[in-house]
Design a protein around this ligand. Sequence first.
Ligand SMILES: [Zn+2]
Length: 189
Amino acid sequence: MEYSKLFKMPTPMKITGRSSSITNSFVNSIIPNIKPEEEEIKQALDILGMTPDTYQCAYCGSQASEWDHLRPLVEGKMPTGYISEIRNLVPCCGKCNQSKGNKAWTDWITSSADLSPKTRGIQDIEDRIKRLTEYENWGSPVRVNIEEIVGSALWKQHWANCERIQSMMRESQVLAEEINQIIKKAYKD
Ligand SMILES: [Zn+2]
């Protein structure tokens, strides 16, 4: 047994590595949450072939811990216009939610992305795809033209704020790298 095989260095973190979370938060923070009626929740689970007793992650069948946006809220760093309402939400586990990110579910579910259902060897993916496709065809989810609703002044201001933070993060990363090198050198000497 080689001891070096047991060791794994924590992944180095970059300030700019958080940039897509910032963009997501600029979209998520303006998206309304519409609470479903009891009957709609029942309908949703019916379509997914679940009862309260078999309630599970729609993508992989693990224990569900949250409801995930089936259609992504963010695409190309901009909002798609979908909001948080039950017709665009399915029960989901933490692993799937983390793995799927802003990808289209149809591409992701059979992709070799880290922790995707395919990667984890989930057996009944085809059945799940069928159910999820039915779910996608359940009514029409709201898709709002946010810019039109809020007006271009507020809209531009919001994205200018986002860009300010991103640009500050890029600057901060440059300085962080410089500091990192100084500490590394001091440690070696
Ligand atoms: Zn899952």
